[in-house]
Design a protein around this ligand. Structure first.
Ligand code: SF4
Ligand code: SF4
Length: 65
């Protein structure tokens, strides 16, 4: 799953580019990815100018639950 890190500057490029509208602006944490609607397409990681989108493997126990 993709996750936005603290390197995010809040530019909004990823949210504008996400084809599934899975990235929302948050008042305190800038932008977050909605894991319910994110399809792991990787577009946000490609377009982020700050390299603030990180990919993390989901632990097996969490993936099957
Ligand atoms: S493109 Fe990168 S820096 Fe811009 S809002 Fe998204 S995660 Fe943050
Ligand atoms: S990986 Fe794709 S679907 Fe998920 S938040 Fe990024 S652009 Fe949107």
């Amino acid at each position: 799953m993709f996750r936005i890190t603290s390197a995010c500057t809040g530019c909004g490029v990823c949210a504008a580019e996400c084809p599934f509208e899975a990235i929302q602006e948050q008042t305190r944490t800038l932008y977050v990815i909605n894991t319910q609607t994110c399809t792991d397409c990787g577009r946000c990681e490609e377009v982020c100018p700050e390299e603030a989108v990180a990919y993390e493997e989901i632990p097996m126990a969490q993936a099957v639950s």
